[in-house]
Ligand binder design. Structure first.
Ligand SMILES: C[S@@+](CC[C@H](N)C(=O)[O-])C[C@H]1O[C@@H](n2cnc3c(N)ncnc32)[C@H](O)[C@@H]1O
Length: 330
């Protein structure tokens, strides 16, 4: 598979590199904004689960402006993974389900609540749908919990959601805090993915609600408490496809040369991850070292034995691999 084959299969991946976004996800936030005007009047925002940072880039460009002149703006970005710096964005490396991370975020907003909280959090999917949906729901609830501490009344919360079978429970929980909850599917989010985004507007916590980081929001008996609700008691939120419907279809394959006048050239990623957890696996794969068991042939075995006995020098590849693995593990 050539370098450009992903460019061909994924139009948004390719456009993201051409336009300088760190990830194709940027288009999801931009298309949500087209529909909901999310950034209107916003000067303080939190980006939860932000790495590699394309949503923070969008926030920064849309709120601060291209010239980065607006100095009242505050953007706080948080992720488990390290993220390359972005001018004007305060970065926190931490787990949003941990109270300590929430406290660190809250510290930045003391006295001046945020106007907007966004969360594009996704777990490392296992392929076991129930587990993936559950973890995704937990991330969303952790984000909601943090939001109850930092969002101003009337503010907006946008979060990724997996449209699984228990989604009504999440909608119900969001509706406790927001009278206006919509589920949106931007054009750049593949139809084949169960991903969508909840756009929750007009933050209005219940009278007397005291934000609390240890709320067990998902610990209900779902089937009994929610799934059997009927009529006006069952929360049904509107579902909206957003982004210009004539925009590129994220499930389609496009030719590399979109414009016959313009020659296709490969563009490398804007900002590759700086320390991804899969770094060692990539290295091993690149050097063809993944799960390859060397079965020495009898003749090779004798040579190896002889080399060991003589304390033979390492081959250049062996030396490179051992050194690099040593560096990775330190
Ligand atoms: C789809 S990516 C976000 C992409 C990002 N919005 C962008 O535009 O570049 C999902 C992110 O969620 C982060 N994440 C998953 N679980 C998390 C957690 N418990 N705390 C913080 N970040 C988490 C992952 O590290 C990953 O970077």
């Amino acid at each position: 598979m050539g370098r450009s084959s992903k460019d061909k299969r994924d139009i948004y991946y390719r456009l993201a590199k051409e336009e300088g976004w760190r990830a194709r996800s940027a288009f999801k936030l931009l298309q949500l904004d087209e529909e909901y005007h999310l950034f209107q009047g916003v000067s303080r925002a939190v980006d939860l689960c932000a790495a590699p940072g394309s949503w923070s880039q969008v926030l920064s460009r849309k709120i601060k402006g291209e010239d980065m002149k607006n100095s009242d703006v505050k953007i706080v970005a948080v992720d488990l993974q390290a993220m390359a710096p972005l001018p004007g964005v305060i970065q926190i490396q931490g787990d949003i389900t941990k109270v300590s991370t929430a406290q660190e975020i809250i510290c930045h907003f003391e006295g001046q609540p945020a106007d907007l909280v966004v969360c594009d959090g996704a777990p490392d999917v296992t392929g076991l749908h129930d587990i993936d949906e559950y973890i995704q729901a937990q991330l969303l609830l952790a984000a909601l919990n943090i939001t109850t501490h930092v969002l101003k009344k009337g503010g907006t919360f946008v979060a990724k959601i997996f449209r699984g079978k228990d989604i009504t429970l999440l909608y119900s929980q969001l509706r406790i805090f927001f009278p206006d909850v919509t589920c949106a599917k931007p054009r750049s989010s593949r139809n084949s993915s169960i991903e969508a985004f909840v756009v929750c507007r007009n933050y209005s916590p219940p009278e007397g609600y005291v934000p609390n980081m240890s709320n067990p929001l998902l610990d209900h008996c779902y089937d009994v408490d929610f799934n059997q609700l009927e009529g006006p008691n069952r929360v049904i939120v509107p579902f909206l496809a957003c982004g210009d419907l004539s925009a590129y279809d994220s499930d389609r394959t496009y030719p590399l040369q979109l414009d016959p006048e313009k020659k296709y050239t490969y563009v490398p990623p804007t900002q590759p991850p700086i320390c991804p957890p899969y770094e060692e696996a990539c290295f091993l794969k690149k050097h063809n070292l993944l799960t390859k068991e060397q079965v020495p042939q009898p003749q090779q075995e004798r040579v190896l034995q002889g080399q060991q006995e003589q304390g033979a020098a390492r081959s250049p590849l062996e030396a490179e691999v051992t050194d690099a693995l040593g560096k990775l593990s330190t």
